[in-house]
Design a protein around this ligand. Structure first.
Ligand code: ATP
Ligand code: MG
Length: 428
């Protein structure tokens, strides 16, 4: 019976059978050392020529990424990379490998070209395990708070985050767009379920080449009937704390492989500080001598400078109403600004969440849509949410890859998803 490498090591001694791929190999006259990996870990295996006289020629042909089944005796060995060594009694070569195209210290571009193979690396394996934990943390958090998971459509007839980043697709004899956000559908569904969430793909034709924009990404969105902005801000910070704590609990080995400074993550405890957009401009002016005209959105560089002054995520509220999507209402206390927030991650990782209260006044919604150049006819179904028992409601969207990137401490968001899509990359 095969067991995982991790199980074999926790057994500590005695007979074990494992299977996996050659991660490293070193050959001499009398010995072959193979480090074998599987999804759980790596372990060093030693093959003595005297035991394998008949098979030695075949063993000699084993290159990195060959697949093998191994039976042997495991014991502690401090010199081995993970502290154990298997003295091999039997080896079955399942599949030989050609010369592996990825060597040490290769360029980021080559690693993206060979992404299908690079996903086998310890780094990417660690990131993908953390990503999986983030998905389950999101589910556990919302379900424990009484939210229903719903599936928004991917093909949509409407824009909701601005026409400039829409992907148009042929839909029989017509055309539709790939969804940018579940927003309009969520606002229709709260009338039956009240508290809902999704974790769904979103598509945006981002033309800017930043380290935090993908053309295809996952957004975990929540929408809540009767809630005001302050209530959903609280959910947002609790969710982020919950995800980070879950990863610290479940994925300490992966964080070690990624050489992540966990002391920075251990500090993430809600509540997070709140500042307004106007205060953010003031900090940038006073501390960085950077003047931003009131009314301009914060760009990546500016967010990076701003978060230097916070060791936890920070909630920035009251962005200028003018630059916000049509469904974000203005703040009665400061009508030039919207009842909205962004959450920015520390260490320069920037925006991870965007949220707001939603406009309930149908006249203002129509005005806003017209201003964005939208055809109101296409939005009649959405406007019905304001015609049949309209209620106050609020929600937010969390960029899953943004969060994975921050938790893993990755240079680029592309490493937070298995097969990244950007303006310059659509394969493999
Ligand atoms: P940004 O200003 O960074 O482009 P945004 O204001 O367009 O973000 P929202 O429309 O508020 O973002 O979307 C909610 C969340 O979705 C963002 O906070 C972010 O975490 C994530 N997100 C948005 N666009 C992308 C993208 N192109 N790639 C990855 N994640 C994204
Ligand atoms: Mg954007």
């Amino acid at each position: 019976m095969f067991i995982s490498i991790k199980e074999a090591m926790s057994q500590q001694k005695g007979k074990v059978s494992i299977r996996g791929w050659v991660y490293r190999e070193r050959k001499s006259n009398k010995f072959t050392f193979l480090v074998i990996r599987d999804s759980s870990d790596i372990v060093q295996c030693v093959l003595k020529k005297e035991k394998f006289e008949n098979q030695w020629q075949d063993i000699d042909k084993l290159l990195i990424e060959s697949s093998v089944e191994i039976e042997g005796h495991i014991k502690k060995d401090e010199r081995a990379p993970t502290g154990y060594e298997i003295d091999v009694d039997k080896i079955n070569i399942v599949g030989y490998a050609e010369v592996f195209p990825i060597k040490k210290d290769q360029s980021a571009e080559l690693l993206l070209d060979e992404r299908h193979l690079w996903l086998r690396s310890r780094k990417m394996t660690a990131v993908m395990k953390i990503r999986s934990s983030v998905f389950s943390a999101i589910d556990d958090f919302f379900r424990s708070k009484g939210f229903y998971e719903v599936a928004p459509p991917i093909f949509t007839p409407n824009a909701c985050e601005g026409g400039a980043t829409l992907f148009e697709v042929k839909f029989f004899d017509d055309k539709v767009y790939l969804t940018q956000s579940w927003q309009l559908y969520a606002e229709a569904m709260i009338f039956s379920l009240e508290k809902i969430y999704c974790n769904s793909p979103c598509f945006r034709a981002e033309k800017s080449k930043t380290s935090r924009h993908l053309a295809e990404f996952y957004m975990a969105e929540m929408e809540m009937a009767w809630a005001d902005l302050a209530q959903v801000e609280k959910y947002a910070e609790e969710l982020v704390e919950f995800i980070v704590q879950r990863i610290l609990e479940k994925n300490s080995e992966e964080l070690k492989i990624l050489e992540r400074d966990v002391s920075k993550l251990e500090k993430i405890k809600a509540p997070f500080p709140r500042i307004t957009y106007t205060e953010a401009l003031k900090i940038l002016k006073e501390k960085e001598n950077l003047s931003i005209e009131w009314g301009k959105d914060l760009r990546t560089v500016e967010e990076e400078l701003l978060v230097k002054y916070f060791s936890s995520p920070v909630i920035v509220t009251n962005y200028p109403k003018e630059i916000m999507a049509f469904y974000k209402p203005s703040d009665p206390k400061d009508p030039k600004t919207a009842l909205c927030f962004d959450m920015l991650a520390p260490e320069g990782f920037g925006e991870i969440i965007g949220g707001s209260q939603r406009e309930t006044d149908i006249k203002k919604l129509i005005e806003g849509l017209k201003k964005e150049g939208e055809n109101i006819d296409n939005y009649q179904w959405y406007l019905d949410s304001r015609r049949f028992g309209s209620i106050p409601h609020s929600g937010f969207g969390l960029g899953v890859e943004r969060v994975v990137r921050w938790i893993c401490g990755l240079d680029n968001i592309k490493d937070a998803i298995p097969f990244p899509r950007t303006m310059l990359r659509k394969s493999p």
